[in-house]
Design a protein around this ligand. Structure first.
Ligand SMILES: Nc1ncnc2c1ncn2[C@@H]1O[C@H](COP(=O)(O)OP(=O)(O)OP(=O)(O)O)[C@@H](O)[C@H]1O
Ligand SMILES: [Mg+2]
Length: 289
């Protein structure tokens, strides 16, 4: 048995564990269910998630287990519900009047749609980075410290700001201009600033919705390197339209197709080299989408 990516030594799977395995994962890296840990810990788990915008259904029966401290990519044609799914995880769909979410979505052991979950506290645990860099019209320092202030997080803010900018690979470029506006940075720097802002409150999960699609190749490659490093400490769930990017940076890939279905989910290598589903193969090889 390979020990790659094994968090802690575990016994051989029991029969019950085997029954809990889903047919979309492969190899030894099977997921978890509740507190039952096999080879890989699940941090986000969707069970039969359905989303409507008014009468139009955007996601259908989405069931998946996202592993902790890995990069999971979500790919699929425009309008298939990738952003909608990301927004389910930190309950950003709550802010869209037309949106209705049904099903269960767990962060760790807790269904984030339970009545006693405070969405603001949830978003401290689940940070988000958007397609278009969106620094606030504030200083670089205040951008990074923003979440610390609104969520009343104590500690040494100077140290947290510095550490977050270092982790976002931006510190060296901005350390002498922390009180200058975040809006005066280049697009690629702005996106790294937004990543620093997202990680400052020390979330468990970082959602990224096409974070590099507005950037040039050099800035894109910096963001990709950064995502790789972030996955040592965080779980990254990233939407991308760039198949090569998904193949390069992710451990797991979820393929959504038109109609809001999750058609296949599994190890990235398998999805790209030998998907089970013919529609996934057609999508990946560019026959449609
Ligand atoms: N705020 C909204 N109000 C109404 N319908 C919406 C809203 N947001 C998304 N939709 C609809 O839900 C479906 C899924 O949209 P979503 O933005 O999640 O797709 P996507 O996969 O992220 O697409 P893209 O790759 O273009 O970003 C689409 O049909 C879209 O028109
Ligand atoms: Mg989208």
């Amino acid at each position: 048995m390979s020990n790659d990516n094994v968090e802690s030594p575990t016994e051989d799977p029991t029969d019950d564990d085997m029954l809990l395995e889903t047919d979309v994962t492969s190899g030894l890296e099977e997921g978890t269910q509740g507190s039952r840990t096999t080879h890989e810990r699940t941090i986000v788990e969707a069970k039969d998630v359905n989303v409507w915008y008014n009468q139009d259904q955007a996601l259908r029966d989405i069931t998946m287990q996202v592993p902790e401290n890995k990069v999971t990519a979500m790919i699929g044609p425009s309008g298939c519900g990738k952003s909608t799914f990301l927004r389910c995880i930190n309950r950003m769909n709550d802010m869209i009047d037309a949106a209705r979410v049904e099903g269960e979505l767990y962060l760790g052991e807790k269904n984030v749609y339970d009545d006693d979950v405070d969405p603001v506290a949830l978003r401290r645990r689940v940070g988000m980075v958007f397609q278009k860099p969106n620094p606030f019209p504030k200083s670089i320092y205040d951008n990074v410290a923003y979440g610390l202030n609104i969520q009343d997080i104590g500690g040494d803010h100077d140290a947290i700001v510095e550490e977050s900018l270092k982790r976002a690979a931006l510190w060296d470029e901005v350390k002498d201009q922390l009180d200058e506006s975040g809006l005066d940075l280049s697009g690629g720097q702005q996106q790294r600033l937004c990543i620093a802002r997202a990680i400052a409150p020390d979330p468990e999960v970082i959602l990224m919705d096409e974070p590099a699609s507005a950037l040039d190749p050099v800035a894109t490659s910096k963001i990709e390197d950064l995502i790789d490093e972030l996955a040592e400490d965080y779980t990254v769930i990233i939407v991308t339209h760039n198949m090569q990017q998904a193949a390069r940076i992710s451990d797991k890939t979820a393929v959504f197709l038109t109609g809001g279905e999750l058609v296949e989910f599994g190890d990235t290598k398998k999805i790209f080299e030998n998907p089970d589903n013919e529609r996934v193969e057609d999508y990946i090889t560019g026959k449609f989408g």
